[in-house]
Design a protein around this ligand. Sequence first.
Ligand code: NI
Length: 216
Amino acid sequence: MTVPIIDKTCRFVEEKLAGEGSGHDWWHIYRVWNLAKNIAGKEGANLMVVELSALLHDIADWKFHNGDDSIGPKVAEQFLTANHVERRVIDPVIEIIASISYKGAGVPTPMKTLEGKVVQDADRLDAIGALGIARTFAYGGYKNRLIYHPEEKPVLHQSFDDYKKNQGHTINHFYEKLLLLKDRMNTASGKRLAEARHQFMQAYLDQFYREWDGTA
Ligand code: NI
């Protein structure tokens, strides 16, 4: 059974994110949506809230609006209101969109609802593993960052402002975010999926350094 508002939201998001080249394109949304549905089923979360939040979670990401993280929830609220979605669905959806982003190693980003925990897990799972590696290098290229610099060490950002200003090479991003995500999963299903993806990244980094040194 397809729900008309879900179909409509897919089309709206696909259109908005067309041509996005930094790893936050429609296919990221599509994967997060599928993962979120999968986790929601196992955790017993409200599917309508989960699906709409997953589909709209990057509609206006702060990374692309000079750090303004208030635009996404506004755009989502306008879209959902215009499409006559009930207030009791809109409120949790915009609350989730406002609080979902990773803001640095030392900055807690707690989710209040089960639905928020599910969507945040799905979004973070797409940032790790094989897909996470692909997206991280795509984003680094988009920002003109080096792949790696052996003398520049990772920084565990203690504030969202410092994290936003970060200009480091892409391998550092593994230590500043990707490898920390498995311990920040909210749900049991999210934790299980994160474990395998984490091990894959660890193996990737081991091989990366061997190749860098010319020993493999
Ligand atoms: Ni996302």
